[in-house]
Design a protein around this ligand. Sequence first.
Ligand code: SAH
Ligand code: SF4
Length: 347
Amino acid sequence: MSATRFGIERAELATLLDGHPRYRLDQVWAAMYAQGGEPSSWTTLPKGLRDELAHALPRELSEKASSVSDDGDTIKFLFETSGGHRIETVLMKYSDRATVCVSTQAGCAMGCSFCATGQAGFSRHLTVGEIVEQVALAKEAAASTGRRLTNVVAMGMGEPLANEDALWPAMQRIHDDFGLSARHLTVSTVGLIPGIRRLAERPLPVTLAVSLHAARDELRNQLIPINRRYPIRDLMNACRDYVESRRRRMSFEWAMIDGVNDSVRDAEELARLCREIRPVVHVNLIPLNRTPGYPVSGSSHARIQAFRAVLDSAGVPVTVRRNRGNEIDAACGQLAAGQPIKISRKT
Ligand code: SAH
Ligand code: SF4
């Protein structure tokens, strides 16, 4: 495959720049990662080289639309890959940080019942360049409003630990070349145990989030089919080994589904699992976002508070996450890339 803007490695770029002064390598790399934008704007370089680079290092994603919500604080981008697949990336600006939620696959093969991406099925893995480019574009979008991108979460479309070949080189690049700290990089998984075990061995100590959603196999099997292969007991052992070897905090994600996983009993079961890993596990409660294929609502405020109270009294740290991007289908689990985009700006 020929080189791409964010797929090319430094050594390959050095070969591409053969015949140019050696300092050009650093200049071009800095232009790509620190400065951003198109080669035509890289005025530290001679015009001929800029033209050459524009041709030799094409971008892999084209922006088809973007939608804005939360008074401009949440932006969802719809990108098309060179093969015509559609993926989504969400930039969320908070008072103290700006986070981009990146996709790692076009679609997802895991088939979780409540998730729009899962309902749509799997198309293909994204490449290193496609994952890094989502971050580059979000960084530019944040910078255009005077904000610095601080966090990356692999929590968009797809299962990151099913695409480790692209995920890890991409995370390394984001760390080394965009300069984001490993603590500010998060990988969210449905619970692929071999991948969690390998995570403990990786040089880059990113933050782990496990999408749990149920604390007993009978219920988790219904919501998350892969639980049949990687049941809760084995998953907890992998999580405990991970936090013991890495000495890092991790989180459990829990979508609050009305009448399904939001009872006091569910909360008590979850608290019991957390106690095994305590004090380093943090629970994030996210009211379920409705999706076309799973017409169940998120839990009411009262049920969320009652659930939370059980965790609080068990001493489990818990956050109720604000729902970002709901009205533009950019919230967790709503990313399907096929839905109509409500406020669109063609580029
Ligand atoms: N495949 C990975 C990462 C992408 S999904 C994973 O499953 O962790 C990102 C998060 O959105 C996961 O925590 C997932 O469980 C959650 N999610 C999926 N559908 C949702 C929905 N309809 N409402 C709220 N959260 C949802
Ligand atoms: Fe895939 Fe995550 Fe959606 Fe499950 S919740 S289908 S693993 S993207």
